[in-house]
Design a protein around this ligand. Structure first.
Ligand code: ZN
Length: 220
């Protein structure tokens, strides 16, 4: 009830607007129909095209294009944590939580502690944690850990990316992973190498299945 009044109050102070073009919209976090038409592309990533060998599947909601590009970029590199609401809305409206009834955990691609300190938050957590909890899926950010500081993948040539990420992740609580069905989430999938490496490590530790879910799919 309190949340309802608080939201109504926020709508008066900050009328909801599309983050890309500022057109008034129905609710906080929403995108307008025109901007949505430019970015929306709900689909499964083609595993063989992306050379994904460990991930069982990977779902994306949008193309990394138009207004979405700036929102994702600014959330990651310009401290715009508040943009998380627009990315979460895209997931909430386009991913059916009922499809994930078999899932034991949702976990973000971890950041190295140094990067986490710089940024102040993990963008994947800011986007997906509330979505997972609303769907009654346990959120676990304490199992997968990034132990090595890696160069951002987009700064590297395709051939260098695999070597850059290999061995960067470890499992903190192996007993928690055995026979579990897991979703790993991130803001964007580009080559898929990072997600696939996380899946490889989880599977090696005994995970039954590992699925990816990201807001956007970007060009290589
Ligand atoms: Zn718009």
């Amino acid at each position: 009830m309190l949340t309802h009044y608080w939201n109504a109050f926020l709508d008066i102070i900050y009328p909801p607007k599309c983050p890309a073009c500022k057109t008034p919209v129905q609710e906080q976090g929403a995108w307008c129909r025109a901007c949505l038409a430019k970015i929306l592309s709900v689909r499964q990533i083609n595993k063989s095209e992306h050379h994904l060998t460990a991930l069982d599947s990977c779902r994306v909601v949008c193309e990394y294009t138009g207004g979405l590009k700036r929102i994702i970029h600014d959330m990651k590199f310009r401290q715009q944590l508040k943009y998380g609401i627009y990315l979460r809305w895209l997931i909430q409206k386009n991913i059916n939580i009922e499809d994930f009834r078999q899932i034991d955990y949702v976990m973000p691609i971890p950041l190295h502690t140094e990067r986490l300190r710089e940024r102040g938050y993990n963008q994947a957590e800011a986007i997906f944690k509330d979505w997972a909890l609303e769907g009654k899926m346990p959120w676990r950010a304490d199992i997968l850990e990034r132990t090595r500081h890696t160069i951002p993948q987009w700064e590297l040539k395709f051939a260098e990316r695999k070597a850059n990420i290999k061995g960067a992740f470890v499992i903190r609580q192996p007993e928690m992973v055995k026979d579990k069905h897991i979703i790993i989430v991130d803001d964007i999938i580009t080559t898929g190498i990072t997600l696939d490496e996380c899946a490889r490590v989880l599977k090696k530790t005994g995970a039954a299945s590992v699925h990816g879910l990201t807001v956007a799919s970007g060009a290589r």
